[in-house]
Design a protein around this ligand. Structure first.
Ligand SMILES: NC(=O)c1ccc[n+]([C@@H]2O[C@H](COP(=O)([O-])OP(=O)(O)OC[C@H]3O[C@@H](n4cnc5c(N)ncnc54)[C@H](O)[C@@H]3O)[C@@H](O)[C@H]2O)c1
Ligand SMILES: *[C@@H]1O[C@H](CO)[C@@H](O)[C@H](O)[C@H]1NC(C)=O
Length: 275
């Protein structure tokens, strides 16, 4: 079992499925004390809570599940009115949208996808930053040679945005999705410039997952579609990633182990973008 790398309070959006679910499990195993979860799918949140209780951890986190639609400003207000302290935030909520080339995409679909992947994530980051700015600077809790080193490596908070390898490279019939993920990467860089420096000390990074085995990448019968098989083989590792592999990457970026990494888009894709 991992040592306590992420003590404190964490918020995970999109926590009711796939990557968000795995992030909740990884944070719990890594020592988080309070876990706020949110998703539009309330039964998904219940399943995540049950999965964490079933781990039978010696000191499980206190879990508060707050279901709602991240695209709604009213819900964002309600969500953050229930959170008074926050050390880590992992923004996983997102949708893939329809497979269509630009000329066939409706304005409604463009707005729906961006209201979740970009605008919804932005509304969360804004509130997460406001909470983290109120925190004291916490020294790096794991091994260092001196107290000074622990202080230099300290942080007030850490935000991880789940972007995509498709924020870096293009894909057929996915232009609005790829653009929404490029927006997340760009926002991450600019926010990192504003908030990583003293006196703020909040690191903001993205993860760019490759093709991960989650409900997003399976069709109705839970099978991987023919179209996706080609995409999987673009990655030199010739397999899908597991949600736990993205979750471990996200926990690393939350923890002080990544104390000099900010504004980065960490690619965890089995080599997809190098090929
Ligand atoms: N699976 C992949 O191959 C892959 C690859 C790269 C990036 N990603 C990204 O990872 C993130 C998680 O994806 P996943 O694969 O776990 O998918 P998933 O569909 O399993 O989980 C996404 C979760 O987001 C929630 N959600 C959707 N719309 C919402 C809204 N309006 N308000 C609140 N919650 C909402 C869903 O209910 C769901 O629980 C997404 O941002 C996705 O774009 C996934
Ligand atoms: C909501 O979550 C439940 C439990 O994990 C799942 O069975 C169901 O398919 C999800 N619904 C949607 C619309 O994603």
């Amino acid at each position: 079992m991992a040592h306590k790398r992420v003590e404190g309070a964490a918020l995970v959006t999109g926590a009711g499925s796939g990557i968000g679910h795995a992030v909740c499990v990884a944070l719990s195993v890594s020592g988080v004390n309070t876990l706020y979860t949110t998703d539009i799918n309330a039964s998904g949140l219940e399943a995540t809570e049950t999965a964490i209780l079933n781990l039978k951890l010696p000191s499980p986190p206190t879990i508060k599940s707050i279901p709602g639609d991240i695209a709604s400003p009213e819900f964002i207000t309600e969500l953050f009115s229930q959170i008074s302290f926050l050390d880590y935030a992992i923004n996983c909520a997102g949708v893939l949208g329809e497979n269509k080339p630009t000329a066939e995409v409706s304005l409604g679909e463009f707005d729906r996808l961006n209201s979740i992947n970009y605008r919804g994530l932005w509304m969360c980051v804004k509130e997460e930053l406001k909470l983290m700015l109120k925190n004291d600077l916490r020294p790096y809790p794991s091994f260092t040679l001196s107290e000074q080193e622990a202080r230099i490596r300290g942080q007030r908070g850490s935000i991880v945005n789940i972007a995509s390898q498709l924020g870096i490279v293009g894909k057929t019939q996915a232009s609005i999705y790829t653009a929404s993920k490029a927006a997340v990467l760009s926002m991450t860089r600019s926010d990192a410039i504003d908030y990583s420096k003293p006196p703020h000390h909040i690191r903001i990074n993205s993860v760019c997952p490759g093709i991960i085995a989650t409900p997003m990448t399976s069709d109705e019968n839970g099978e991987v579609s023919e179209r996706l098989k080609n995409a999987i083989n673009i990655a030199p590792m010739e397999r899908m990633g597991l949600p736990s592999e993205i979750a471990d990457t996200a926990v690393f970026l939350c923890s002080g182990e990544s104390s000099f990494i900010t504004g980065h888009g960490l690619v965890a894709d089995g080599g997809y973008v190098i090929n």
